[in-house]
Design a binder for this molecule. Structure first.
Ligand SMILES: [Zn+2]
Length: 145
């Protein structure tokens, strides 16, 4: 039973002007309360992935392009962006999907290799990966969700 129903269920509150303004106030308070809850949900912050070793924030859940990639240590995610990482030297690698120029990416704090960056894809169907980042699922942990 809501605040409104409780007030409306009392005839003496409905009858008086004081009761009516009280009802309006409670109704408004309910609305404001809801708004505060919504604002808090907005300001909790984005869902992040962190380095498994040191907790450095390395990517945002919103930047996930695909979760169906294969890394060197099992499943991996493709991201449009990564942060707080360093990109190593470029090298050509023959992957399951053909020849690519890639560079390992390291956590900027603890130097752990977290995955790689696609610098260049040679096959037309793989071009969408260029400039994107692979992070190994086993090397990152969810934070804030
Ligand atoms: Zn780290």
């Amino acid at each position: 039973m809501g605040l409104r129903d409780r007030i409306l269920g009392r005839p003496e509150a409905e009858a008086s002007v004081k009761g009516a303004s009280c009802l309006a106030f409670l109704f408004l308070a309910e609305k404001v309360g809801l708004l505060v809850v919504l604002l808090m949900a907005e300001t909790v912050g984005p869902r992040l992935y962190s380095c498994c070793k040191c907790g450095n924030h390395v990517s945002l859940h919103d930047d996930v392009i695909s979760k169906a990639f294969q890394g060197r240590h099992g499943r991996a995610f493709l991201f449009s962006h990564a942060m707080n990482i360093d990109v190593g030297p470029k090298e050509d690698r023959h992957l399951m999907t053909g020849l690519h120029t890639v560079a390992d990416i390291h956590c900027r704090d603890c130097r752990e290799v977290l995955g790689w960056k696609y610098e260049r894809a040679y096959e037309e169907s793989q071009k969408y990966k260029e400039g994107k980042f692979i992070l190994e699922k086993s090397k990152i942990v969810k934070e804030n969700w």
